[in-house]
Structure formats: C-alpha cells, structure tokens
Design a protein around this ligand. Sequence first.
Ligand SMILES: Cc1cc2nc3c(=O)[nH]c(=O)nc-3n(C[C@H](O)[C@H](O)[C@H](O)COP(=O)(O)O)c2cc1C
Length: 213
Amino acid sequence: MSSALAKIEDFPSDPVEFFKNILQAVTYEHPDGYMQEMNLATVDDEFGVLNRTVLYRGLTEDNCVYYITHRYTRNFKNLRVNPKACITFYLPTVKDKTGEQSTWQVRLIGATAVELPESAMDALWAKENLSAQIRGHICPCGEPINYDDLKAKHDQFLLEHKEKAIERPASYTALKFQPQRWDFLKVGLEQIADRVQYRLQGNGKWESMHVST
Ligand SMILES: Cc1cc2nc3c(=O)[nH]c(=O)nc-3n(C[C@H](O)[C@H](O)[C@H](O)COP(=O)(O)O)c2cc1C
C-alpha cells in the first residue's frame, strides 16, 4: 500500500487559461476528436436542485463556458427563474508534460447563466448535426411519448427535409456562464487530491490559492 499527495504545479493566473490547458491534455489523448460533457446543476422549484449532462460547446469570445439547449427544457426554465448554476467537468484521463496521468475535476461555482444573443444562433444551428436539428422539431422534452409515434414523426420529418435545410426552431438557444469561483481538483491513484481555487475579487481580478480537498 502506498500514499502520496497530488500536487498542482505552475498554474496560470487566469482560470480560463488553466482550463484550456487541461482540456488540451485531454484532446491530446483523443486525436480523432471527442465530445466533452459537463454536468449542470440548477435550482428547481419542484425538486430543489436538478442536474443533468450537457455538451460543452467551447468558450465564447469573452472566454465563458457555454452550452446549447431549447427554451422548453427544464434546464432553461430553471435558469431563467434563477440564473445561478454549478457546473462540473469530470476529466479522468489527463496527462501532464512528464506523461503522468491523473484525474481532474473542474467546477464553476456560483456561475451566473447569460443567454447568448439571437444574432449568434444561426451560426450555431448551422453546425448542429442532423439528429440534433430534427430533435429540435419533434421532441416535447420531458413529456411521455410512444416510441412508434415518435419514430413515424422522425421518419416523416426526415423525408420532408431530404432536399431542404431544416429551419432553426424558435426554442433553440445557448447560455454562457460567469462563475464566482473556479475550482480545480487533481488526483492520482493512492493519492490525496490537491485543489486550486480561483476566487473573483471585488476589483474583477482572480485570486488563486491551494485549498484542502
Ligand atoms: C451526452 C449527453 C449530452 C447532452 N447534451 C445536452 C445539451 O447540450 N443540451 C441539453 O439541453 N440537453 C443535453 N442532454 C440531455 C440532458 O441531459 C437532459 O436530459 C435534458 O436537457 C432534459 O433535462 P432537463 O429536464 O433537466 O432540462 C445531453 C445528454 C447526454 C447524455
């Protein structure tokens, strides 16, 4: 049996730069491309808190994490009532420069959701794959459905749109997040994790520090 302390070394002063570096190390492990998911927790009137997996779509021009959704989902409705959210990335295979592999968790704490402007939507919609575009038109999120009915609707929609572009539904939207804190946790096998936290100060600058796990 062995035990050690993980150590996060050389972290930049800006949390987004740190996040990018970690994601790059993951991408390096997946040269053919991969999808990065994140867990999004919102305040929900009925259940208190509600979380779900969503696709991380990258960073906006102002360096905010964003995702895409539809206005009829609970995640969107929750964020409209209460824009505060928490986001977790779980990254189990991050290799550092020396080749050492570790698991990371990156968390955006006290993150305020802000909807992206309508003017950004066409470009995002154009990049969606076909199934995502069809889903946007035929799926009443969260309502009971019958597989055969939905399949018939899907196949009919597909047939009707063989030759023509699929219109962006009014429900299609994207939200970015402005966190109060970024929390980075690194751990390896038989190690006690190390954490670095960035806390947004009143002057808009980030203060960073190691915090206990
Ligand atoms: C891998 C994966 C990626 C997903 N990506 C998204 C996404 O980007 N946006 C989204 O609204 N739902 C996404 N979903 C579906 C959500 O997890 C969730 O089921 C849906 O948004 C309805 O949840 P809600 O009622 O809490 O809003 C994804 C699910 C999985 C498994």
